[in-house]
Design a protein around this ligand. Structure first.
Ligand code: ADP
Ligand code: SF4
Length: 700
């Protein structure tokens, strides 16, 4: 069972009037579902309860209709009608003795109010700051409106209690919550008793905490989430000022929740941030207060967690992403199954669900947000169907996830891999600059498969249709991946582009194979995710002079959704990469490329000894097509099904491949669902048609 050196992680700890059963604290995190998918979000939290977390929080919950962050989909607590939805969540959270927490957010300078059309209110009149740069400004709260806002917080706290929560977290971090907007001189330029010196800027949070304590503090614990450093220089709420604030207000909340300045800082991807990256900013704060503290840092190692507590840095181990990648992390530590922890790889794909207002995915845990929609449990598979064996061709993320999930269902599984190493694209990409943590996708699954008597892995085994026919497996799972295209086809060019004979054209696959060009190298990035930027880094490391040309207005455009676009731009700039935005590559000559402006079509030349095409990928589906063309031979070969999935079917990020592999494994031997929707969803209940509309002016 549990290694005694982890005992400290299981010591209970008090938070105001309530006690957490252990130190595993799931900090608030978004999931792209929010109020639109209440049961999906609730079930996801319930799975964490089962996985042993001591404290489980909601995502941010907009506590009043005068402040909301449309288009992003979070929770809402605007009227009593919202309570049942939230109660469903708190009940799920509490199923295994965890404390249920709700994060109350008033977005202030971050709430454009696109949905409610209310004029945004903030400490000072400034433009709204969100990811979407909406052309909307907030006006400054008057003194009487500050009193209103205090009352709204009390109302929200009372509703939270009715909804069954044990803890309230007041959001004042990541630049998102109004408490930070009051605390920071950048967003609080008031000259009354709420602005100016730190004592004045801290007045609002002091008042709200006191109000809430009066209202519900006898039964609910109050946490305050503050930024460790706003990282915007002198004007901002710096780490030094945070320390002053905590020292001056030692015992203000029942728990201090320390998060980093911006969300990008706090949830930095592994490409740029190590585990426990915030340690230096946190160290020493513990001594400034008698209240317990929680902090985050993509903690996946129980040894690091123990160190955080033993060194007196933190009392609770705050996790968002590690709890998504493995909702059973605490349970696995408790049961002495450390090697079974599915470690977060820090890719931030989970965050893209929120940023794209869709629903979140996780590269490592394909069941995330499918717990209710599809009934997928992260630790339990459905029972085996009536066939027995599966040959999985390809050991990339799709093949490995399928194999591992099929093994757990009880199938006999063989994985055949053409290369001499396991892992497909993750093995190869994890050797690129900054991506080593991505290797965990392979490591975890390889380790698990090797423990299983019903799994075999064959390397150096490139299979043909004849091979497959000869083996006698009942089900053939084709996960043979994809190959980067050399002909420029992607978005700018939907048919092969003009390339002069003799031009040196490379693909990301060439570079990953160690075939790396030198001299003046142009990267044509019409893929827009991480690959173009990562290869620019690799080429600079190898001595090339790099120009990265992209038709987008941003380098590595889609990484805005993984919160790293700004860091990538800065990194490439520091490396001396010539970043060319809003331009395509119209044609490739032997020693230069012709580039065209995406708006005007005006052309210019960039010198190029070589061009790297980061454009799109073609599925390696030849084996699949060969097998499909021989269906009349299947019965004799004992084959019942042949399926293609993952990048071989249609290329996408790694998370799409693990999802596809998992889905294949879940659905093997199951009744086809025909045209039925393959997941559950909730739709808004219609109001009665004749509900009278509220009269805003009764004297008309
Ligand atoms: P995915 O992301 O869909 O899992 P990858 O490209 O990561 O795809 O992995 C596909 C793997 O399949 C690669 O490691 C590749 O070497 C392997 N592969 C491709 N064709 C064959 C084949 N005919 N036989 C065995 N393995 C193959
Ligand atoms: Fe971690 Fe990536 Fe999963 Fe997010 S999507 S929890 S960053 S592995």
């Amino acid at each position: 069972m549990r290694d005694p050196r982890y005992d400290i992680l299981f010591e209970p700890m008090q938070i105001g009037p309530v006690t957490a059963k252990n130190r595993f604290y799931q900090v608030p995190h978004c999931n792209g579902g929010g109020y639109r998918d209440p049961s999906a979000a609730a079930e996801m939290r319930g799975i964490k309860a089962e996985g042993g977390w001591g404290v489980i929080f909601t995502e941010q919950c907009e506590m009043h209709h005068t402040s909301e962050i449309t288009p992003f989909i979070e929770l809402r607590l605007w009227e009593d009608k919202d309570i049942p939805q939230l109660r469903r969540m708190s009940e799920k959270m509490k199923t295994h003795g965890a404390l249920a927490g709700i994060q109350l957010a008033y977005s202030g300078i971050n709430g454009p109010n696109l949905y409610t059309k209310e004029v945004p209110l903030a400490p000072s009149a400034l433009p709204i700051r969100t990811f979407t740069n909406d052309p909307v400004q907030a006006r400054a709260l008057s003194l009487s409106e500050i009193r209103d806002l205090r009352r709204w917080f009390v109302t929200a706290a009372k509703r939270s209690k009715l909804a069954g929560f044990d803890l309230i977290c007041l959001y004042g971090a990541h630049g998102f919550g109004i408490f930070q907007h009051f605390l920071s001189r950048a967003t609080n330029q008031r000259t009354d008793e709420y602005g100016g010196n730190l004592e004045n800027r801290a007045r609002f949070v002091n008042e709200v905490v006191a109000d809430i304590r009066d209202a519900v503090g006898d039964t609910m614990g109050i946490a305050l989430r503050v930024s460790l450093d706003e990282t915007i220089g002198e004007l901002g709420f710096s780490n030094a000022e945070l320390r002053d604030f905590i020292e001056m207000n030692r015992n203000l909340p029942d728990l201090w929740d320390l998060a980093h300045g911006t969300w990008e800082d706090c949830s930095g991807p592994s490409r740029f941030k190590e585990e426990a990256a915030q340690e230096l900013l946190v160290r020493g704060i513990r001594e400034l207060s008698d209240r317990p503290m929680v902090g985050v840092g993509r903690f996946t190692s129980p040894d690091v967690m123990v160190k955080m507590i033993k060194s007196g840095t933190l009392d609770f181990i705050g996790c968002a992403r590690p709890s998504i990648a493995d909702p059973f992390l605490p349970k696995k530590v408790e049961e002495g199954r450390i090697e079974d922890i599915r470690e977060c790889i820090g890719c931030n794909i989970c965050i893209t669900g929120d940023m794209t207002m869709s629903i979140s995915r996780c590269t490592q845990n394909p069941t995330f947000m499918e717990e209710w929609r599809k009934g997928w449990h992260p630790e339990r598979m459905n029972a085996k169907g009536d066939s027995d064996s599966v040959l999985v061709v390809g050991s990339g993320p799709a093949g490995l996830e399928a194999a591992w999930a099929l093994c757990r269902r009880g199938y006999d599984v063989a994985v055949a891999e053409a290369r001499t190493e396991i892992g497909g694209r993750v093995a190869r990409e994890s050797r690129l600059p900054g991506l080593s943590a991505w290797g965990r996708v392979k490591d975890y699954r390889e380790y698990q498969l090797r423990q299983r008597p019903n799994a075999e892995i064959y390397l150096d085994s490139r299979l043909t249709a004849d091979d497959v026919m000869a083996f006698g497996f009942q089900n053939i799972a084709i996960a043979t991946g994809a190959t980067w295209r050399r002909d420029g086809v992607a978005r700018q060019h939907v048919v092969p582009m003009k390339i002069a004979e003799g031009a040196a054209v490379y693909t990301p696959d060439d570079l990953m194979d160690g075939n790396i060009p030198g001299g003046n190298v142009v990267i044509f990035d019409d893929d827009h995710y991480y690959m173009g930027g990562v290869l620019a880094e690799l080429l600079v490391q190898k001595g090339a002079k790099v120009t990265l040309i992209t038709p987008s207005a941003y380098v590595s455009d889609w990484t805005r959704n993984t919160l790293e676009q700004g860091t990538i731009h800065a990194r490439l700039d520091a490396l001396g990469v010539n970043i060319v935005l809003n331009r395509g590559v119209a044609e490739i000559a032997v020693d230069h490329v012709v580039s065209n402006c995406v708006y005007t079509g005006k052309t210019c030349h960039y010198q190029a000894d070589a061009v790297v095409m980061v454009t799109s990928r073609s599925g390696n589906d030849q084996l699949y097509r060969d097998l499909m063309s021989r269906q009349n031979e299947w019965a004799d070969a004992g084959i019942r099904s042949v399926k293609v999935f993952g990048d071989a079917e249609a290329s996408g990020p790694i998370a799409w491949a693990t999802y596809a592999g998992h889905r294949y494994a879940r659905e093997l031997d199951c009744e086809p669902r025909g045209d039925a929707l393959p997941f559950r969803r909730e739709i808004t209940e219609l109001a009665a048609e004749h509900t009278p509309s509220p009269e805003l002016c009764l004297h008309d």
